[in-house]
Design a protein around this ligand. Structure first.
Ligand code: GUN
Length: 278
């Protein structure tokens, strides 16, 4: 049976470390403030945003909530972001995605000051990551690196196969694994013979958004399996991109859903907020 990589426990450790750091900063008169903007009332976004606010409260970060109606114009949203950019009390700005269709997401991301872009989505931060310079890193892939490191799983020299090529997960994940001296393959929905590719992986990162897609047939004996998926199965139960029961018969270590990658994303957002203040 595979070792269970406990994201909930590791994220709690990180948040406790941050809590101490934030308390020290507070004693020096520095308060950390995160502005969280949600447009509309997408139920999934509301859950994510509430979890982020809860984590802020735990760590000791003040969160400012901006709940804008679905009908808000792009100009109004951009004006708010610009206002927060110049507000010296605000350290981090987070605009929850997705945004309504009439708003250009790219334009909004580009407008966030790179120094306050705690999501790590701004092209300046993405560029810095790709050339190995300091900057904010997208929270989910950064969290996966922490999961591996804190579970004593070596990356150096390993065959790392990512399935999924999104700007938020797949691409930054590749950059981070290269930085850790992994040998990296990015595959995706159009990859031919996907099974052959994923079977090469010592470390498999599943991020294609298909419920329970990766069963034991896709996985090499002894591989480490990281499940980024967040889907609903036929019974409306939360599940990942990995068929956990099947995969855990061949994997040496595996993340559950929920309780794997998800909590790590929030822990890394908190890490980025503290970094923004420092
Ligand atoms: N929507 C889904 N994931 C994310 C995330 O990490 N950040 C933001 N801002 N929106 C999201």
């Amino acid at each position: 049976m595979a070792y269970l990589i406990d994201g909930k426990k590791i994220s709690a450790e990180i948040k406790d470390e941050l809590k101490e750091k934030v308390a020290v900063l507070k004693s020096q008169g520095k308060e950390i403030v995160l502005a969280v903007i949600q447009v509309g009332t997408n139920p999934a976004s509301t859950v994510y945003v509430n979890n982020k606010k809860k984590a802020c409260a735990y760590v000791g970060i003040r969160s400012l909530a901006f709940e804008l109606p679905e009908t808000v114009s792009e100009d109004e949203l951009l004006a708010l972001v610009r206002e927060l950019n110049v507000n010296t009390e605000v350290n981090g700005i987070l605009v929850q995605l997705p945004l309504p269709k009439h708003i250009n997401e790219d334009k909004v991301i580009m407008t966030i000051s790179p120094d306050k872009d705690v999501d790590g989505f701004h092209p300046q931060n993405v560029g810095n990551l790709s050339i190995g310079r300091k900057g904010f890193v997208s929270c989910t892939p950064a969290g996966i690196i922490q999961l591996l490191k804190r579970s004593n799983i070596a990356i150096e020299g390993k065959e790392c196969v990512i399935v999924g090529r999104s700007n938020i997960v797949g691409k930054p994940m590749a950059m981070l694994l290269i930085q850790e001296n992994g040998t990296v393959t990015i595959s995706h929905s159009r990859t031919r013979n996907l099974k052959e590719v994923t079977k090469r992986a010592d470390i498999l990162i599943a991020a294609i958004g298909k419920p329970k897609f990766f069963n034991a047939e896709y996985i090499k004996e002894g591989a480490v399996v990281i499940d980024v998926g967040m889907n609903r199965d036929e019974n409306d139960k939360l599940c990942g991109d990995v068929d956990f029961d099947s995969a855990s018969t061949v994997a040496s270590a595996i993340t559950p859903v929920p309780g794997g990658v998800g909590p790590m994303t929030i822990a890394m957002l908190m890490t980025n907020c503290v970094e923004a203040a420092e």
